[in-house]
Ligand binder design. Structure first.
Ligand code: DGL
Length: 271
C-alpha cells in the first residue's frame, strides 16, 4: 500500500484523456497533472529538445514524491521513455506498449492504422511494438500535426468544419488502406474521437492510448503492491506552464469536473 500520488504529464490538454481514465479506475489515488502549455506542441520538436523537456517535466513532478509517473504523451513516450526510466528510481509508464497490445488484439484483418505527431511517427515505436506482438501486421501511419493545435483551441467537435476537413484529409489514406483498428497515437486525439470515428466508420476500432495506458498502470501498481488502500476520493492537482485560464475552461469541460480554483502556473524552465 502506498499513499503517494501518481504524477502525470503531457505537453498540454491531451494527457487529461489518461488522467480521466486513471481517476475513473482508481478514484482513491491522488493525481498530480502537469501540462507544459507554454511549449505545446511537442510533436514537431527534435529528439534533443524533447528529452530536455521530458526531463524537466519529470523533475517537476518528482517534487511531489510520486510513486509513479505516467507519460501521458505519445511524443515523449516514443522519444524519451528509456531516458526517463533509466534516470528515475520509480516506475515510469509510457503509452506505446499498452496501445500496441490493444490494437494487436482488436485487428481482425491485420491492418492497423496509426496517427500521431511527427516525432511519434518518425520514431517507429508503435510499429516495432506491433511487429513484436503480431508479426506481419501491416501498419499505415500518418503524422497529423494540425490536430493538436485544433484540440488545444477547443476546435475538435463534430460540426466544426475546420476539424472535420483537416481530419478527413489526414485520414483518407489510412481509411483507403482498409484498416480495422486505428491507434490514436497522441493523447490529444481522443478529444476528436467523435470526428475521427465518424470519418473512419463503425467498422474501425479506435484505440485511445491514454485509456489503455491507465488500465496498464492500474495493473502494474496492483502487481507491485503500490495501490493506495485509503478509502475516499483522491486529490487532483493541476499545474501548467502558461496562463491557467484557457486550460481551466477546456479542462473542466473535458473532465466534467471543475478544475478552476485548482490550476496553478509554474516556471518549468526552473527544473
Ligand atoms: N499529446 C501529446 C502526444 O501524445 C503531445 C502532442 C504535441 O504536443 O504535439 O503526442
Amino acid at each position: 500500500m502506498d499513499a503517494r500520488p501518481i504524477g502525470v504529464f503531457d505537453s498540454g490538454l491531451g494527457g487529461l484523456t489518461a488522467l480521466r481514465e486513471l481517476a475513473r479506475l482508481m478514484p482513491e489515488e491522488d493525481l498530480v497533472y502537469f501540462g507544459d502549455t507554454s511549449r505545446v506542441p511537442y510533436g514537431s520538436r527534435s529528439k534533443e529538445t524533447l528529452v530536455k523537456y521530458a526531463r524537466q517535466d519529470a523533475a517537476f513532478l518528482r517534487t511531489f514524491d510520486p510513486k509513479a509517473i505516467v507519460i501521458a504523451c505519445g511524443t515523449v513516450s516514443t522519444t524519451a521513455l528509456d531516458v526517463l526510466q533509466a534516470e528515475s528510481g520509480i516506475p515510469i509508464f509510457g503509452v506505446v506498449e499498452s496501445a500496441a497490445q490493444a490494437a494487436a488484439q482488436l485487428t481482425k484483418n491485420g491492418r492497423v492504422g496509426l496517427i500521431g505527431t511527427h516525432a511519434s511517427i518518425r520514431s517507429g515505436a508503435y510499429e516495432r511494438a506491433l511487429e513484436r506482438l503480431r508479426p506481419g501486421v501491416r501498419v499505415t501511419a500518418r503524422a497529423c500535426p494540425l490536430l493538436v493545435p485544433l484540440v488545444e483551441n477547443g476546435r475538435s467537435q463534430p460540426g466544426d468544419i475546420v476539424a472535420e476537413t483537416v481530419a478527413a484529409e489526414y485520414l483518407a489514406p489510412v481509411k483507403a488502406a482498409g484498416v480495422d483498428a486505428l491507434i490514436l497515437g497522441c493523447t490529444h486525439y481522443p478529444l476528436m474521437k467523435a470526428v475521427i470515428g465518424a470519418y473512419m466508420g463503425p467498422g474501425v476500432a479506435l484505440v485511445d492510448v491514454g485509456e489503455q495506458c491507465a488500465r496498464w498502470v492500474r495493473r502494474q501498481l496492483e502487481l507491485d503492491g503500490l495501490r493506495n488502500g485509503r478509502p475516499g476520493a483522491g486529490r487532483h492537482r493541476y499545474y501548467v506552464s502558461d496562463s491557467t485560464e484557457d486550460f481551466s475552461a477546456l479542462a473542466s469541460v473535458f473532465l466534467g469536473e471543475d478544475v478552476r480554483g485548482g490550476v496553478e502556473q509554474i516556471d518549468i524552465t526552473a527544473y
